[in-house]
Write a protein that binds this ligand. Structure first.
Ligand code: E8X
Length: 600
């Protein structure tokens, strides 16, 4: 799927701004015509989550439908063009209405979807655009919500009979099975873009390296066009190669490779032209391969230094914020990191463009968080999730396939793989094959494993890279770092025998900035540094540990609860991106760890 571009043949009209908004009272079921009373609408900013824009618990805790509305006119000069309405992300379910008519429904809160406006909108004429948004999470959504009757429902109400509680709980509420705030709404940009009627639909680039040359296999899919010319431009805009045909192979002599930070992330441009249309796509030439217990980028063993992140900031919630993205890239480089995981959902496309540009490597994750964790029944047999999960993977790969920064797909975070090991293995290995088959570049595929009984877990070891989240010294063996390091070693002995590359995709300790102790205990800045320092020493002894991603890049908002004072505080940075001591610690450590060849 192509990102909207303005050029000689195409233009983009932004529909971002202040929209009119109202929350459903629970009675209209997403039907805009009965649910939305325009004169009662409140002002709401798009893109942004709606939850923190108003100072009212109704917005913060809303569960169910909400309605957005605005009017727009496509300039009449676009009368002969193809018009496409594009939502970059609406969380989690959208029903789109134009002039009162339902034109599209979309499930899944973190990927773009488009609506062809032919026959729906006329250039030069005002239209009414309305979106009904639903934020409910349950066993058939990604991320997953707990449902009534499961272990989680009312589980922390010892002594209070659930039948009694059910009387208060008549009001619908979300019970997320994930640790980030369930921010909702039109979280990313809304645009109408134009293309000529005969146009380019999609472009796929598969780079390779042969000796000193770069090889680019490409294919262009079109509607109404019969041919395409692909011109490859170097960074200065000079033509270095050219081919014609809807698919083919191009050789770039003495190619410059895309290298991760602090190397040179060289980008080329593929300028695709047809009789009527034009699109320019930035891409990099690099290879990615797993060999033995190594992760090779451009044939050299790469070490992942970075973080699990979130799209999370004050007021915006999970809303797209380009300044935060630019700032986060700057901080990633400031800490001498070279990578991050898009925990726990696909991020805004602009972030991947920045990563391509800066040489920051991405593990690209779906929103499949919380499949079955804590469930009493086999989620792989009882959750209605498989089809949606496949659709999300298909759309994720279709969106991100050309980014050189993306080096691995993560199908999920912390599913249950321990209690129903056989059905888990069946699910994850077949989805693994499905994901490989989607990707024209055939990158490595994994999912991220929750702290568990790793001997019982038959799925994690089947992945191209073993990715584990572990909290020895925090959630278990709390504060006892000697015991934590001992436990780490028992577990690492196990993985050593599996002989696959392993990334620690999460480890961490909640830390209150400004809380200092001379004898480090939990929650102090000194403890966070000690925790990482002692554990990292153990990682350094193991050559198959090919990456360390502390949890989390920054403090972030989540559901309220006894474990969370003003959010999850495991950030190396505060929520407003100020460094805790641990940020300085990693900045120093990672300055001394090269991106390539750290563990030969
Ligand atoms: C945490 C992280 C959470 O924020 C993240 O989304 C997933 C969690 C730890 C799992 N991993 O709580 O900070 C804890 C397992 C306990 C043994």
């Amino acid at each position: 799927m192509l990102y909207p571009e303005t050029n000689e043949k195409r233009s983009v009209i932004s529909l971002d701004g202040v929209w009119s908004f109202c929350l459903d009272d629970g009675s209209n079921g997403g039907n805009i015509n009965s649910g939305f009373i325009e004169r009662n609408g409140e002002m709401i900013a798009v893109p942004a989550s709606y939850n923190d824009q108003k100072d009212d618990l109704r917005f913060r805790e809303h569960c169910g439908w909400a309605y957005y509305s605005r009017r727009f006119t496509v300039p009449e000069i676009y009368g002969n063009e193809r018009l496409v309405l594009r939502f970059d992300a609406v969380t989690h379910y959208a029903k789109v209405y134009i002039d009162g008519k339902l034109v599209c429904e979309h499930k899944g809160g973190f990927l773009p979807f488009e609506i062809e406006l032919d026959g729906i909108v006329t250039a030069g004429k005002k239209s009414l655009l309305q979106v009904a948004v639903n934020n409910e999470v349950n066993h058939s959504t990604l991320p997953v919500g707990n449902e009534e009757g499961t272990a989680f429902f009312g589980s922390d109400n010892a002594g209070v009979p659930s039948v009694e509680m059910a009387k208060v709980w008549r009001k619908k509420r979300n019970l997320p099975n994930f640790d980030f705030f369930n921010y909702a709404g039109i979280n990313r940009s809304v645009r109408i873009y134009t293309t000529p009627k005969d146009h380019i639909d999609d472009i796929t680039i598969v780079p390779d390296v042969k000796g000193k040359d770069g090889i680019v296999r490409y294919s262009v899919s079109v509607s109404g066009c019969s041919d395409a010319v692909v011109t490859i431009l170097d960074r200065d805009g000079n033509e270095v190669a050219r081919a014609s045909g809807l698919e083919g192979e191009i050789v770039i002599k003495d190619a410059k490779l895309w290298n991760p930070y602090p190397g040179d992330p060289y980008l080329y441009t593929a300028l695709v032209t047809t009789e009527s249309d034009k699109y320019s796509l930035r891409f990099g030439i690099r290879t990615v391969r797993v060999e033995g217990n190594r992760f090779l980028i451009n044939g050299k063993p790469f070490f992942f230094k970075g973080f699990g992140k979130h799209e999370d900031s004050a007021v915006h919630g999970r809303g797209f914020d380009l300044a935060y993205d630019v700032k986060d890239m700057s901080l990633i480089k400031w800490m001498n990191a070279n990578s991050f995981r898009t925990s726990h959902y696909p991020y805004a496309e602009e972030m991947y463009d920045l990563a391509d540009e800066e040489g920051i490597v991405i593990i690209d994750e779906t929103p499949a968080v919380g499949i079955g964790a804590g469930a009493s029944q086999d989620p792989y047999r009882t959750f209605n999730i498989r089809e949606h999960h496949e659709a999300v993977i298909r759309d994720l790969v279709a969106r991100d396939k050309n980014h050189p920064s993306v080096v691995m797909w993560s199908m999920a975070n912390e599913p249950d793989t321990e209690h129903f090991p056989l059905s888990a293995r069946e699910y994850w290995t077949s989805l693994y094959a499905f994901t490989h088959a989607q990707d024209p570049q055939d990158r490595p595929v994994t999912f991220v494993c929750c702290q568990n009984n790793y001997e019982a877990d038959l799925s994690t070891r089947e992945m191209d890279v073993v990715c584990i989240n572990r909290y020895y010294g925090w959630y278990n063996l709390s504060g006892d770092m000697e015991a934590a390091c001992y436990a780490w070693n028992i577990e690492l002995d196990f993985w050593q025998k599996i002989n696959k590359p392993l990334i620690i995709t999460e480890y961490g300790a909640d830390t209150l900035p400004g809380f200092h102790l001379t004898a480090p205990e939990m929650f102090s800045e000194e403890f966070q540094v000690m925790y990482y320092d002692l554990i990292n020493r153990e990682f350094d002894k193991r050559d198959f540990v090919i990456g360390e991603h502390p949890w989390n890049f920054a403090d972030f908002n989540t559901i309220q609860g006894v474990y969370r004072a003003d959010g999850n505080r495991k950030g190396l940075l505060t929520r407003d991106r100020r460094p805790k001591m641990a940020a300085h610690y990693f900045r120093k450590r990672w300055a001394e760890i090269p991106s390539f060849g750290y563990k030969k």
